[in-house]
Design a protein around this ligand. Structure first.
Ligand code: SAM
Length: 291
């Protein structure tokens, strides 16, 4: 068994989940270098890619492939090594393994086998983007990659249209424009958003604009349609009128809207709740437009 700080006390080895840089090699942590140098084996998403990274840091630890196509089957190979007492590190091509990257099955299998799994944190594109976006960061949701085809993409966007938390997406450069077009259509052009491109690299760009302007900015400059990108969109906030109507009034209005025409529903809801009829009528109209 190799001597790595924080390693499991049992006879089994430890599986280290090690983050690597997302562009700038200076983001490699001292702890990541130590762990990668000390373990018996590194499970890598793409060994040809990772060998260059390891060579850069003078690390000669043996590598074995652990990618989405072999992860379930080959996992047992890594488990055998771990159970025999070897420490193993898991890395992906860039950033944090398992975050839109392979590793989930191996980590799950290792934990199920009682093997200690230790994270070695570092770069992660979504967190880097969020940390500099100036959008609410106390609550957020990560949606990963959207479906590649427009129908699926719009359906997924519609599901999160009224999500109040900040939304974070990964997107491929050749789809960024269509993606922003769909976001503009589904969320509305006024919704604040930010495109974080080529983070930590030479052409790093963080552009925060309402969706319609962000789409126009990317459309007008083909350079913005290159490189790696993260899209952040502000969460939904209800129009002021809607906020003024309390949740009980909304519940009654919703029930009545399901049973009768809009004008009648607004009038009846006003009588029951005491909220102004015109306000309820406006809210009901907005709801109808949104659906
Ligand atoms: N595991 C990685 C992480 O921790 O962020 C993500 C891997 S995923 C296969 C690759 C996607 O992450 C890219 O398509 C892009 O959306 C985002 N990404 C990775 N590096 C980036 C960077 N330097 N700048 C912006 N986005 C990046």
């Amino acid at each position: 068994m190799t001597d790595v700080p924080g390693a499991s006390q049992s006879t089994s080895g430890t599986l280290y989940v090690v983050a690597t840089p997302i562009g700038n090699l200076d983001d490699m942590s001292a702890r990541a270098l130590k762990v990668l140098g000390d373990v018996a084996l590194i499970a890598a998403e793409d060994t040809r890619h990772s060998i260059r990274l390891l060579q850069h840091f003078g690390i000669n630890t043996p590598l074995a492939a652990c990618h989405e196509h072999n992860e379930r089957d080959e996992g047992s190979r890594f488990l055998t090594r771990l159970l025999a007492g070897d420490n193993v590190a898991l890395i992906s091509d860039a950033g944090t393994p398992l975050i839109s990257d392979p590793g989930y099955h191996l980590v799950r299998q290792a934990r199920a086998a009682g093997i200690a799994v230790v994270p070695v944190p570092g770069a992660c594109a979504l967190i880097a983007a969020l940390s500099a976006a100036g959008l609410p960061s106390d609550r957020f949701i990560f949606e990963g990659f959207l479906p590649a085809k427009a129908v699926g993409r719009r359906a997924r966007l519609s599901q999160v249209k009224e999500e109040p938390r900040t939304l974070i997406f990964y997107e491929a450069p050749h789809r960024i424009l269509e993606c922003l077009q769909d976001m503009e259509e589904v969320f509305g052009g006024e919704r604040p958003a930010l495109l974080a491109r080529e983070l930590t690299k030479t052409f790093e760009t963080l552009k925060g604009l309402p969706l319609a302007e962000l789409r126009a900015f990317v459309e007008a400059d083909s350079n913005q349609q290159r490189g790696e990108c993260v899209v952040l969109v502000a969460g939904y906030s209800a129009p002021e009128d809607e906020q003024a109507v309390n949740s009980e009034a909304m519940r009654i209005l919703d029930l009545l809207l399901a049973e009768m025409p809009l004008k009648r529903a607004a009038a009846l809801a006003a009588e029951i709740t005491g909220v102004r009829k015109n306000l309820l009528y406006q809210v009901a109209l907005e709801k109808q437009k949104a659906h």
